[in-house]
Ligand binder design. Structure first.
Ligand code: NDP
Length: 333
């Protein structure tokens, strides 16, 4: 590394530490997250003159930027790609004056108002109101082949992508309620659905298991683990290991066109848990019929507080609720 570069890096380091020990930037309404919930909250908050600042987070645009076609969001009769739709959301939020910034919120202090937020371990913000819209991350198996076909044959959302596999054969991985629900949903569209369960039983509720068992075009594959998703340009099959690690372990190959993950989601709530009430999985608890959390002036919307619906449209709706609740909060102060 050259001397010149070293000096510059040191300057950057100094600037950052100066900012940490220096003044806090005062913000009226801070929105954390840039999926449908965050941007919708921003559109409403900006139009209500709450002067929102939106911190985009690591995955600017949220989970939709990893999907291909979105056909179920009203207002796009011809469908739209996830990234283009999120650019539209962003442009609309900017049109009303939202200050949209790169960066990731690295810590918060919600012990008293105004709330303190640190971005990228350096920028310090004091916000009167905070809207959390950090989303959730679908869990993947961690296979290289799964990453290769992500967004093109491999999906973590049957409701979003199932339609592309109409009259085709697909597989769903998982043994919980989501896997059961998604398998039943896909069975209504597809020719055949393989449900790949790693144990010899499902964790899903009895009612859901019954539904799965009663659905003729679902084939349950208990004690099967996924080894590899196969194909050249598109998914054409999956290689499974039956009774992995046992003496009668066996390799099984099935032909499929789509591979769906339903092994759970992780809500992105870790940095808030010290202050904000979450359920056993980590989803932020909101007061029914509102976006209010247990901390006055801190609201939550989108997938970080929704273990059930997890759709772009429901996330957007809850973003609207969070902004309206924020507006009401200021009015009541
Ligand atoms: P869960 O955590 O309940 O289930 C995850 C499933 O994925 C488990 O069967 C687990 O297997 C399996 N799994 C995890 N990792 C792997 C892996 N590496 N390879 C193969 N399989 C794996 O998640 P869900 O999303 O299903 O549900 C989350 C919560 O939401 C639950 O409380 C559920 O009841 C609820 N829910 C409710 C619904 C409703 O009421 N309509 C609908 C959907 C969800 P194993 O069992 O072996 O650990």
């Amino acid at each position: 590394m050259s001397f010149f570069k070293q000096i510059n890096l040191n300057e950057i380091k100094d600037n950052k530490s100066q900012k940490l020990s220096g003044e806090y930037e005062k913000v009226k309404c801070l929105i954390i997250g840039s999926g449908p919930a965050g941007y919708t909250a921003a559109i409403y908050a900006a139009r209500a003159n709450l002067k929102p600042v939106l911190i985009q987070g690591m995955e600017a645009g949220g989970q939709l930027t990893t999907t291909t076609e979105v056909e179920n969001f009203p207002g796009y009769p011809e469908g739209v790609t996830g990234p283009v739709m999120m650019e539209d959301f962003k442009a609309q939020a900017e049109r009303f004056g939202t200050d949209i910034r790169w960066g990731e919120v690295t810590s918060v202090d919600f012990s008293k108002r105004p709330y303190k937020i640190v971005v990228d371990n350096s920028e310090q913000i004091e916000a009167e109101v905070v809207i959390i819209a950090t989303g959730a991350t679908a869990k993947y198996l961690g296979l290289e082949s799964e990453q290769k076909f992500r967004g093109g044959g491999v999906s973590a959302c049957a409701t979003c992508d199932g339609f592309f596999y109409k009259d085709k054969d697909v597989a769903v991985v998982g043994g919980g309620d989501t896997a059961a629900e998604e398998a039943v949903y896909l069975a209504g569209l597809c020719k055949k659905v393989y449900l790949i369960v790693r144990k010899n039983c499902m964790r899903a509720s009895k009612a859901m298991i019954k539904k799965v068992e009663r659905t003729k075009n679902i084939e349950l594959l208990y004690e099967h683990n996924t080894k590899e998703v196969t194909g050249t340009n598109v998914v054409t099959g999956v290689t499974l290991i039956k009774r992995k690690g046992e003496t009668n372990e066996q390799e099984v190959k099935i032909k499929i066109d789509g591979f769906f993950l339903a092994i759970g989601h992780k809500p992105n709530s870790d940095i808030f848990k010290k202050y904000i009430d979450v359920d056993e999985v980590g989803y932020i608890k909101t007061i029914k019929g509102s976006a209010k959390t247990n901390i006055p002036g801190v609201f939550a919307c989108g997938d970080v507080q929704d273990p059930v619906y997890r759709q772009a449209i429901t996330a957007a709706a809850s973003g609207c609720m969070a902004a309206l609740d924020s507006e009401k909060f200021f009015a009541e102060q």
